[in-house]
Design a protein around this ligand. Sequence first.
Ligand code: GTP
Ligand code: MG
Length: 576
Amino acid sequence: NRNIPSLLIEVLEQKLYLCYTEPKPPPATHENQAATYKVSFENMVESRRNEAFRSILVQVQSEQSCSDLHKYCSQYGEVKGMHHYSLPGSLHFVLVEFMHKSDVDHILNASSYINKKEVVPVRSPFLWFRAPKKSLQQTLNSSQPPCLMEMNRNNTPTAAELRNWMQGADSFSDQILILHRATSLNDLGSRLRFLTARQIELAVMGLFPQVTVLPFGSSVNGFGKAACDLDLVLLADRETTDTSDCRLVFHAKTLLTNGRTQVQRHMETLGDVVQLLLPGCSHVRRILQARVPIIKYHQDLTGIECDLSMTNMSAVYMSELLYILGESDWRVRPLVFAVRRWAREIGLTNPTPGRWITNFSLTLLVLFYLQQRSKHQGPVLPTLNTMISLAGSGDRRVTSDGVNCTFIRDVSRLCQHMASSARTLPNRENLETLLIGFFEFYSSFDFSTHAISLNNGMSVPKPDHSPLYIANPLERGLNVSKNVSHDETERLRIEFRNTAWMLESVALTPDKSSVTASQKKAHEVWGLTALFEAPQIAAKGRNIFYIPARKVSAPRIMDVSELFQENIEGDTSKST
Ligand code: GTP
Ligand code: MG
């Protein structure tokens, strides 16, 4: 029955079950936030890292190889889960999660190379599953008991599916929730990102046994979409125990006096390791002149674009801050997704780094707006100063270069504080009201004289002449939107106004006479869909209030290294 969402198929008479979920709109409901246990950022990262320790990634011929692989792996350990995905070119992969880390060691000890003379014999959790020898095939077919296994599919919707789901929604607020649920990074995406990080960790572990390679940015801050890039930081030694009593000390090379040169040299070597030795890593580019040097590469086996840096701990704490704010109210992430998607659809953001606003800056704009929403009802989010004042003794964090990143880490306690300290009633506005309010707020914001500060949740006079000034919440005195040009700031302002006007003229509810979802889909574009398609609708001369933003001259496409070179003086700890 095709209408049943989950269809169990017995595969190849081997009593292996695939759980196949037909693409369907995600539920437009939200969990009761008071009843939900809040996982701390550190626990979330630790549990994802733990999953990666217990996982291997295996390239297979096709989905049909999965049951065979399951049986093979079960000889070496207890398989906890298998997650299948495919990449363009009919490449099929299965991420196998074992119950114990030692199971991975067993199976890697029992793995080999196709032809040792022709390859760099590197050992990593990235493998492929070759056809069995005849005798082994018979053993496998006869020996294993039936198993029940859930296969996760990479079921990201197509643009057309997403549009249909949004058109078929019951309200504007539901459209925002559907967009968020359908496009956010899923479980498999997170697993693959942590396994990609693990590959680097394993590669340098012989030299640095305490090494940690941590994902940061949208892969972990809760604002990541399905195909987001992976920002990584390599921390060679996170040991914090007091070692002053040790009588034996390691012989080691002396650090160069210029720490920056040292990092650049190490990054250069790391770039060589990634390029020459690590399976799946291609298109390695070294961008060593930026304020924070990075190595960009593509991991072909997980299909992820990576930016690897060293000693960039403040960016990890920034991700933690964003994660906590996203966790503290269920409306934050859907709103950020709606604004980021809107910016992408109308061409305000661009995947190439340049003089336009980034997703990170847009996220800060939404968070700031939610902090100062107090004029209407209570604020949705606390200010950073409040978070700092609530910090307990275990929340103290200072990076090696002295950046103080101390703020409350316990999301449940933060939520309780917000609920108990509300001067007015707690904010209960729906997503529709908040999104409309966002565009109205920034339509009248004076970007020419004021800067945005999440520290006190208020705009402050601009400290310099940057066209757009968003103060870095953790490194005060730095502007995270320093890269944004005057023209692009102007365009942003015009688009805020356009959208605020447009929201007064487009339908914000589906046609009430359309009863079924397919009738709603066929109805004229409305709500979020209309917002995203505004430029096209305006170009067709339809009846909406939309003035295309002044044409900004086409950006000169710079060589990436040139861009980073230009930004050395600025706040470009990420510079994308
Ligand atoms: P997408 O990759 O676009 O999905 O979003 P992202 O949040 O991952 O942004 P990006 O990859 O550009 O940056 C990764 C992280 O680096 C951000 O989440 C921030 O924590 C940090 N970051 C980015 N840009 C800046 C910046 O200009 N200044 C500082 N201090 N940190 C930044
Ligand atoms: Mg990123």
